[in-house]
Design a protein around this ligand. Structure first.
Ligand code: GDP
Length: 472
């Protein structure tokens, strides 16, 4: 793949300017074939046919801007453009890169892309530009992932951590741990190779201390993972309750949009709806379930099964209770699924005249806060939002120098390294010889290398970049 030249639309649709990015050894030549200067076009129309110099860009300096026109095979002008030249290695991919700034219309961009494909360029796969940047050593894997995270950031915190990760904060943190491990693996290896000159007497105690320090650093990362993930990806919030309790109405109230189907026929919210909304510094990813109850209806039972899956991954549960209803077996079942979860109970429909038939004490067994609520009138909404903020922010999201893990892949690598280092400690305590320790030390070193991509397999690298968007 590295030998060829790729092109892709790099800008979002609908803007005033569209950007097409071309990268690879033939980038300058390929764009040169479909580009003409104003001077050339003017002289062309007045006099006889003139040869166009397809190597036009090759003769220009890097980091200059050229003005002109894109033409098709019949020499018809497609668009007026400016072209940015970045010669290898001073570019995003470290290859020769050209960016064509055109008028932003989708059709114009498609046409220019078509001209490029006829000029021998291949359409870029999603994430392929960033993948090339990674393969050419311009950034490591965690930095490449940060690029993607920046684009999809939903919150200020997500953007802030992505910028720091792109700038290399996580790479440095992990790099220091790996360096410490490498140094000691080197020492042990030298001593094992040359026992006459190197002694390992007392080395175990020294190693124990070093491993303990690295474990603390890993622990610090893991401790912050849940906060980091929730603050950047959003708090997975699941709304549960019996049919007709008012779940869809609550969803609508929170999203301030008539998206969920609100109806008074039991169980018509057929599928799982998921929407995100911002609550101050936090983002809530709301999942409205079809209601957890047994049903003969297949469409709905799929919804129920999914609801249970969602509950397992939920950070926060909003349990909507209709205060006019009666506590029954369904409530017991719901409660049994909610044990050990963080959540809140909304005593809904409190706007209605009621003799309070719902016995709310029965919900006390969850130990959750209960809020008198009305999804219809918005009563209790402020209290709900305040409670969520208090629960998940515990003060403020701090934009400090702390390194946050926000990616599950990174977390798993850190956990694996932690296990291996704990094995090393156990082996030291059991008085195992140093060569035995090497296996687990090496294992921890490799696991951490997955984060930067140094030890990542080609399959893993491909999988990560497949999730990128087009043109990036
Ligand atoms: P779901 O099945 O739990 O999603 O319940 P819905 O949101 O579809 O609501 C069922 C019915 O209760 C609808 O007719 C709603 O208008 C009504 N409803 C929901 N919340 C309230 C509320 O706070 N007050 C009143 N009076 N009616 C509500």
């Amino acid at each position: 793949m590295e030998g060829d030249t790729i092109a892709g639309i790099a800008s979002g649709m609908g803007g005033g300017i569209g950007i097409i990015r071309v990268s690879g050894p033939d980038a300058f030549f390929a764009v040169g074939r479909i580009f003409r200067t104003k001077k050339y076009l003017d002289s062309f129309s007045e006099k006889e046919e003139k040869e166009w110099d397809e190597e036009y860009f090759l003769k220009k300096d890097s980091h200059t801007i050229q003005y002109g026109f894109i033409v098709n095979e019949k020499s018809e002008v497609i668009d007026e453009v400016i072209v940015l030249l970045m010669k290898s290695p001073r570019s995003y991919t470290r290859e020769d890169v050209i960016e064509i700034d055109s008028h932003g219309g989708a059709l114009v961009l498609q046409k220019i892309l078509k001209c490029l494909l006829s000029a021998g360029v291949r359409l870029a796969e999603p994430g392929e530009f960033t993948k090339r940047a990674f393969l050419h050593g311009r950034m490591d894997l965690s930095q490449a992932e940060a690029v993607m995270k920046m684009i999809s950031s939903k919150s200020e915190f997500a953007l802030d951590t992505a910028v720091k990760q792109l700038e290399g904060s996580l790479s440095r943190y992990i790099g220091e741990i790996r360096e410490a491990l490498l140094y000691h693996m080197g020492e042990i290896e030298a001593a094992l190779d040359d026992p006459e000159h190197y002694s390992l007497d007392g080395y175990s105690e020294k190693l124990e201390k070093v491993i303990g320090e690295q474990l603390l650093r890993l622990e610090k990362l893991l401790k912050n993972f849940d906060n980091g993930r929730m603050w950047s990806e959003g708090i997975q919030t699941v709304i549960v309750g019996k049919p007709n309790a008012g779940k869809s109405s609550l969803m609508n109230l929170l999203l301030d949009e008539e998206r969920a189907i609100v109806t008074n026929v039991a169980g018509t919210t057929r599928d799982i709806l998921e929407e995100s909304f911002r609550l101050g510094d936090l983002v809530l990813n709301l999942v409205d379930t079809a209601g957890i109850h047994e049903t003969e209806d297949t469409v709905e039972s799929i919804g129920v099964k999914k609801a249970v899956d969602y509950l397992n991954q939920a950070d926060f549960v909003i349990y909507v209770v209709d205060i006019l209803d009666h506590f029954n077996r369904e409530d017991e079942e719901i409660i049994s699924l909610l044990k050990n979860k963080k959540g809140v109970i909304l005593l809904n429909k409190s706007d209605l005249e009621t003799d309070a038939s719902m016995n709310s004490e029965l919900f006390d067994m969850l130990g959750w806060k209960q809020i008198t609520f009305s999804a219809k009138e918005g009563l209790g909404l402020y209290e709900l939002e305040e409670y969520i903020t208090e629960l998940f922010l515990q003060g403020d999201i701090s934009y400090n120098d702390q390194v946050y893990l926000t990616n599950l892949r990174h977390k798993e690598a850190v956990e694996h390294a932690q296990e291996s280092l704990n094995q090393v400690l156990c082996a030291i305590q059991d008085g195992m010889p140093e060569d035995v320790l090497m296996v687990d030390l090496m294992d921890a070193y490799s696991s951490l290398g997955l984060i930067s991509g140094e030890t990542a397999s080609e399959d893993l690298v491909n999988k990560i970049f497949e999730e990128f968007c087009m043109g990036k």
